[in-house]
Design a protein. Structure first.
Length: 121
């Protein structure tokens, strides 16, 4: 599903609006954190801004504080769920990079062994 400007709301906007259920671990006025519906690791969470920025590359100067907030929340949430010693963060930007939901989100993955030789899930 996509969220190009002027098109229908993304699945994440629908979750934020309470139209679709999700397992919400955290929320504040700027973002929510949900469990990924198809986890690629024992812990697979999504940190999602309420503002529907389609892709990271679409963020601008006005989003600077929001992007910082999201990254700080990744660390807070990792501590909250007990994975702060080892987790991976992934942002897919664009279909060619594997992005399927065009509403910016940060993947927080943990609970399986990652090494420096391979990036990704
Ligand atoms: P990306 O491929 O980076 O766009 O990631 C989108 C992620 O959203 C995938 O890991 C999906 O499993 C996840 N996802 C899609 N729909 C839902 C949903 N309704 N609730 C939770 N996670 C979802």
């Amino acid at each position: 599903m996509t969220e190009a400007s002027g098109s229908e709301p993304s699945i994440f906007t629908r979750i934020i609006n309470g139209e679709i259920p999700a397992d919400i671990l955290y929320e504040d006025e700027d973002c929510i954190c949900i469990k990924d519906i198809a986890p690629k690791a024992p812990t697979h969470l999504l940190i999602i801004p309420r503002r529907p920025i389609p892709r990271l590359a679409d963020a601008g100067e006005a989003d600077k504080a929001l992007l910082g907030h999201l990254m700080l929340k990744v660390g807070d949430i990792a501590r909250q769920v007990g994975v702060d010693e080892a987790f991976r963060v992934v942002v897919n930007n664009g279909a060619g990079a594997g992005q399927t939901v065009f509403h910016l989100h940060i993947h927080l993955l943990a609970g399986k062994t990652y090494d420096e030789s391979a990036l990704g899930f």
